[in-house]
Structure formats: C-alpha cells, structure tokens
Write a protein that binds this ligand. Structure first.
Ligand code: C2E
Ligand code: CA
Ligand code: CA
Ligand code: CA
Length: 278
C-alpha cells in the first residue's frame, strides 16, 4: 500500500490482486470500470497570479473501487497499452462537459475545465468527430473546454498531429501543452503548435526556489511562452515562496496544493461559489 503525496489516494495493488483471484486481471476490472460507474473526476482549481482569481479547473481521473480511490498513474499506462484509454477518455470528455453544464446552470457563469488527452486517444480515428458530436449535443461553449496534450503526440506523425490541433482550435476549443519540458520534441515544433497555453511541468517547479538552474529553466520557459504569445501556467506549486517567485517572473497562472488540492465535484462547486464572492 502506498499513500500518494497527501492526495488521499490510497493504492492497494495487492488487494486488487487478491480480489481478482490468482491472476491479477486489472485489465478486465478496468474494462468494466466505465459501465459500473467506478470512474470519477476530481477538479483542481487554477489561479490567476495577477489578481488571485479562479481561472478554471483541471479534471483529474480517479477510479473508485470499494470506497478507495486509485490514482491514474496506476491505471492510465495500462489503459494506454490495452487501448481502453479511448473509451475511458471519451467518458472523461463527456463527464467534463456534463459538469461544465451543471455548474454553469448552478452559478450562472462560464466555467472552464481542462481535460487530459492521452497520446493514443488523440491519435484514435474518431477523436475529432466524437468531440464535435459532444459539443453539439451538450451545447457546451467550446472555449470552456481545454485539452491538455503532451509533446509526445508529435512522436509518431508530427504533421498530422499539428493538422489535428488546427482543426480542434477551429472548433473553438482551448489547447494546452502539458508537462512542458519533459518530452523530446524540439523547440522548433513549439512555434508550430496552434496552442493557447503552456504548462510548466512540476518537476521544474519543485526545486526552483532551492536550485538556481531549475529556477533559470522556469524563468526562461515563462519568457519563451510569452514570446510565442502563450499563456503560461506552472503546476505543482506548493508554497508561498514558489508562488511569489512565479509572480515576480510574470508567470500567468498557477496550479498546485498551495492554491488547492484536486477536489471532488461537490467541493469544487463550493470553491467556485466562494471565489465568486470575493
Ligand atoms: P498531470 O496531468 O501532470 O496532472 C498533475 C498531477 O499532479 C495530478 O496527479 C495532481 O493531483 C498532481 N498535483 C497537483 N498539484 C500538486 C502539487 O502541488 N504537488 C504535487 N506533488 N502534485 C500535485 P494525479 O491526479 O495523480 O494524475 C497523474 C497523471 O495522470 C496526470 O498528470 C495525467 O498525466 C494523468 N491523468 C489524470 N487524469 C487523466 C485523464 O482523465 N486522462 C488521461 N489520459 N490522463 C489523466
Ligand atoms: Ca495535465
Ligand atoms: Ca502536467
Ligand atoms: Ca505530469
């Protein structure tokens, strides 16, 4: 058993193992997770540095089995390998759109939700048409939905990936590059991505206050993003020291435990209502 970063995520792989009998068949359990309503989204608030206001939320997937939450780090890789990520990813998009509609009706204001898109989901044939259909049936304003993709979508076929990003952008969706700096794509590609936002990976943020070189990378990335006309958000911001440094470096937004942990939908609504009253 392991307790992940105070995120109240407890993972019991051996318990899953025991449940499934002699052979660990996580894949078949995962296959049924969608239809058994075992998946849920938690929402982590994102904050504007210039006025401290709420920007929106990142939707983070959790798998609830017998009351315990399983971290996506423990099943997304398997979902990717098995191809289950397409069905799971579609569910995530549908659930995020449903939640956007519910919240907007509740508070009478637009709410932006960012959704993680895995490389295999992005490359799957029906991805664009599923999104078009979803936006049409839910009537969600496309600019309320942000797609977080990683540089790894470029690995297979950069030209088709860039073409798809253009079509997604034309739909009115917001696009962000996630985990920026951890992939292998060249900086030349970045200038060709029709994206809105760059997310600085938390591995750079973690020690930026203590290790001068890490700070230099973060600062340079903020400058790079801005010179390309992008909004820059830093993730994994845990302390006031980090917040103040990012603010001094003119980073636009932050996300991390300092502002808020990922919240179940009901708590996220409270957070939303609380931030409206400011
Ligand atoms: P990510 O997209 O980089 O998401 C950020 C991760 O950092 C989340 O972990 C979040 O809970 C955690 N985090 C947020 N603030 C802090 C902080 O201040 N300190 C630290 N140490 N961690 C922080 P989580 O929720 O366990 O998700 C892990 C990864 O799983 C995500 O990384 C993402 O790559 C993937 N994932 C999550 N939901 C989905 C999904 O719906 N679809 C896909 N394809 N992948 C997902
Ligand atoms: Ca993300
Ligand atoms: Ca990330
Ligand atoms: Ca990450």
């Amino acid at each position: 058993a392991r307790k992940a970063g105070g995120d109240r995520l407890v993972v019991y792989s051996h318990q899953l193992n025991a449940e499934a009998g002699e052979r660990l068949d996580l894949e078949s359990l995962l296959r049924h997770a969608v239809e058994r309503n075992e998946l849920e989204l938690h929402y982590q608030p994102q904050q504007a540095l210039h006025d401290g206001g709420l920007i929106g939320f990142e939707a983070l997937l959790r798998w609830r089995r017998h009351g315990k939450l399983i971290s996506p780090a423990d099943f997304i890789p398997l979902a990717e390998e098995s191809g289950l990520i397409v069905a799971i990813g579609n569910w995530v998009l549908e659930e995020a759109c449903r939640q956007i509609s519910v919240w907007q009706a509740e508070i009478g204001q637009r709410v932006v939700v960012a959704v993680n898109i895995s490389p295999r989901q992005f490359a799957a044939p029906g991805f664009l048409s599923h999104l078009e259909e979803l936006l049409a049936t839910t009537h969600v304003d496309p600019s309320c939905l942000e797609l977080e993709i990683t540089e790894s979508v470029m690995v297979e076929d950069a030209e088709s990936a860039i073409a798809l990003l253009h079509r997604l952008r034309a739909l009115g969706l917001k696009l962000a590059i996630d985990d920026f700096g951890t992939g292998y794509s060249s900086l030349a590609y970045l200038s060709r991505f029709p994206i809105h936002k760059l997310k600085i990976d938390q591995s750079f943020v973690r020690n930026m206050h203590a290790v001068r070189e890490q700070g230099a990378i973060v600062q340079a990335t903020i400058g790079l993003g801005h010179s390309l006309g992008l909004t820059v958000i830093a993730e994994g911001v845990e302390s006031e020291t980090q917040r103040a440094m990012l603010s001094a470096w003119r980073c636009d937004e932050i996300q991390g435990y300092h502002y808020s942990r990922p919240l179940p939908a009901a708590s996220a609504l409270n957070f939303l209502e609380g931030s409206l009253q400011l």
